[in-house]
Design a protein. Structure first.
Ligand code: SF4
Length: 389
């Protein structure tokens, strides 16, 4: 890279809408752009989804999509275009076709929701309707189709999209940057999984219940998931997101020991016993999370979040509920979450969940422990249902 290119890249500002599958891939993009020589301060994400964001920056930019999480992306685009103190040069909005999932190799495929994948082109249209807002603000809209589940294809996809936008870009350095992106994402995921394991160890040691969230990545966005899990945590129940459940083989073999012994599954990540058409990465992970929640003794409650009864979510509602409830684990579902947080009704439901958790958790832990091997890797000494609470 020439000195001139290096200097130009150091000044380049990239804005990324913090929406949809960016919630579980943001570290990939940070690692990728930093490896190309962009300053971390110049890779900016839009803020959490909010009514104000939509009102101020996305109003009048709506397109045809009726799916709420996708509609909200207009506000993120507008904030990146109109709401920055220092103008961005690139609005980078990847059309993520497939996701790198921890279930890769154990599911039919790892595809993103098609509406999520197509969202960048859809939302962009709202900013071209009367005039080309991108051209007017000298911002390049870059929306490459990216197959994160197929790492070998990614360098070419990103090189083709960014060539001519990132000064002096070469294919070999793009490949190195992609490797850096995957490594950064893996390190971030491992860190969060280690923290989830710490929560589980504490629950096992103290015989305390925790709650598993079964939801899509965008429900981590306070404006989409309405922080329902935070309200539950404030009641004293630690929260585990399925996306960051620990994947240590020792722990997973303990959780799925009976299923493996009976030959129901060949590997702890298998989900074909409950979900044969395993094409969607996020749906696959939700089904796997339901199996985990059903088995882990200290997960005494699972909450399912869904924004819109779409064709992706609808078929999984009943299986997920049945998997969790058949184990005796509490199950609560918040469906059709939309823009307005119905604060009153969410508060009442959180109070209800908290009441059931307090009343039923000791019995649920005891009942689930009876099915588990006492040699639990979360504890140094064996655990059994007969230990005093
Ligand atoms: S899974 Fe459903 S609600 Fe979520 S983005 Fe896709 S279409 Fe919308």
């Amino acid at each position: 890279m020439s000195e001139a290119d290096r200097a130009a890249r150091a000044k380049l500002r990239v804005g990324i809408p913090k929406a949809l599958n960016v919630w579980t891939t943001h570290q990939f993009w940070l690692g990728f752009f930093q490896s190309l020589g962009l300053s971390p301060r110049n890779v900016v994400f839009s803020s959490d989804t909010s009514d104000e964001q939509m009102r101020e920056f996305g109003s009048g930019r709506g397109t045809v999509d009726c799916c709420y999480p996708v509609k909200c992306v207009s506000g993120h685009y507008g904030e990146l275009i109109f709401g920055q103190k220092r103008k961005i040069d690139i609005l980078f909005s990847p059309m993520i076709y497939s996701l790198a999932s921890f279930l890769d190799g154990h599911a039919m495929d790892s595809l993103a929701c098609p509406r999520v994948m197509a969202a960048p082109e859809n939302i962009k249209a709202g900013f071209l309707r009367e005039k080309d807002v991108f051209a007017e603000n000298r911002i390049a809209h870059v929306a490459p189709l990216v197959t994160l589940a197929e790492p070998k294809l990614v360098p070419r996809q990103l090189f083709d999209a960014l060539q001519g936008v990132v000064p002096g870009l070469g294919i070999e350095e793009t490949a190195r940057a992609v490797e850096e992106g995957y490594a950064t994402l893996a390190a971030f995921n491992e860190n969060l999984r280690a923290r989830s394991r710490e929560i589980l160890e504490w629950c096992a040691r103290e015989r305390r219940p925790c709650v598993m969230v079964l939801a899509r990545p965008y429900h981590m966005d306070p404006g989409i998931g309405h922080e329902i899990e935070a309200d539950l945590q404030a009641c004293g129940y630690p929260i585990l997101w399925l996306q960051y459940f620990p994947t240590d083989p020792e722990l997973l073999n303990w959780i799925f020991r009976a299923d493996l012994a009976e030959g129901l599954i060949k590997h702890p990540f298998d989900i074909d016993d409950v979900w044969p058409s395993s094409y969607s990465a996020n749906t696959n992970e939700i089904l796997w999370g339901a199996k985990v929640a059903a088995r882990v003794p200290w997960i005494t409650c699972a909450i399912r979040l869904a924004s819109y009864e779409c064709g992706m979510d609808q078929p999984s509602f009943t299986p997920v509920q049945q998997i969790v409830e058949r184990s005796g684990t509490l199950f609560f579902s918040f469906q059709e979450l939309d823009s307005t947080k119905a604060a009153g009704s969410v508060k009442i439901r959180v109070e209800t969940i908290s009441y059931y958790l307090e009343r039923n958790s000791p019995g649920i832990i005891e009942a689930k422990l009876r099915h588990m091997d006492p040699a639990c890797p979360l504890l140094r000494r064996p655990v059994s249902a007969d230990l005093p609470a």
